[in-house]
Design a protein around this ligand. Structure first.
Ligand SMILES: [Zn+2]
Length: 312
């Protein structure tokens, strides 16, 4: 029997085929059809699955289950995508649509939780029971795995890790709260804070950059630029503050950091640890374990497959 994991994104759809033990056989992807109508998206996904089976010479009738990793917010009980603003999708009954189209049970999970599960079970957290996963890219998101299970929360909205308040006096966040860690530590926020400092007259090597993004700030840090170092350090210490808060509550085996910004892990670990230790019970601070994510771009489909495996 076979399993399929589908990572449904606003810009691309990826699908991986695996054996029923979760061993990955191959992956295909295609651009997400644009527009708010979901039918072409479903059609493109089913075509990807059919092509996967053809390519690997697997009998299509032996598909046993599908895992679906979707951006949110989702209604996990009802199996709905509530809204994906970037793609224009609203109130889409994805679990039912995929189950009907593929003829097998479908496990739905939000993308950050699916990635957390993948890293916890098959990535940097392999062998750990409880893991907190941060994804740091354009935003900050994450997922929590406790005793080997994704913690969705009572209403399916747990692990909004980017919206942990690290400064109650900080700026307002679109979520309705203030001083959320995402406002300091996401790639978008790192770039925004650098541009604001330049506009306020700060001098930096960034003045020579045609585009001031998080990668440019990272290059500045490596070149010893003091403005870049200050912004980067603040972003990472605040991510550490959120880590320390979570450590106080959950005491997990491991904190894992993925997403594009985390490619600069050598510049992250020390300031994150500093922030985490400052906001943890002193007696436990030395027990905090931090690691870079290890699965790379297949983390979404891997998580979806591992969740689908649990359906069997
Ligand atoms: Zn927020």
């Amino acid at each position: 029997m076979y399993l399929v994991g589908i990572d449904l994104g606003g810009t691309k759809i990826a699908a991986s085929l695996a054996g029923d033990d979760g061993t990955l056989l191959g992956t295909l992807q295609c651009p997400t059809p644009p527009g708010s109508d979901f039918s072409p998206v479903l059609e493109a996904s089913v075509q990807l699955v059919d092509r996967l089976f053809q390519q690997f010479g697997a009998p299509r009738g032996q598909l046993a289950g599908v895992g679906l990793s979707c951006p949110g917010p989702l209604d996990l009980k009802q199996g709905l995508i509530l809204q994906v603003a970037t793609a224009g999708w609203q109130d889409v009954p994805v679990r039912q649509l995929f189950s009907q189209a593929l003829g097998v049970p479908t496990y739905l999970e939000n993308d950050a939780n699916a990635a957390a599960y993948a890293e916890a079970v098959a990535g940097a957290g392999r062998g750990c029971g409880s893991v907190v996963y941060f994804t740091v890219s354009t935003g900050v998101g994450g997922g929590i795995v406790l005793d080997g299970k994704v913690w969705d929360g009572a209403h399916g909205s747990a692990a909004e890790l980017g919206h942990i308040t690290v400064d109650p006096q900080g700026p307002p966040c679109p979520c309705g709260s203030r001083g959320c860690v995402q406002l300091y530590s996401s790639g978008t926020s790192i770039a925004r804070r650098a541009r604001e400092a330049l506009a306020a007259g700060a001098h930096s090597c960034l003045e020579r950059e045609s585009q001031v993004d998080a990668r440019a700030v990272e290059r500045g840090v490596r070149a010893g630029d003091s403005l870049c170092q200050e912004i980067w350090r603040d972003a990472m210490v605040r991510l550490g503050t959120a880590t320390g808060i979570l450590n106080q509550v959950l005491d997990p085996d491991l904190f894992i950091f993925g997403g594009g910004v985390s490619n600069a892990w050598d510049l992250m670990e020390e300031p994150i640890r500093q922030g985490a230790c400052a906001y943890s019970y002193a007696k436990n601070a030395h027990l905090i374990r931090l690691a870079k994510a290890s699965l790379g771009p297949l983390v979404g489909t891997t998580g979806a497959i591992l969740l689908a495996r649990d359906l069997l």
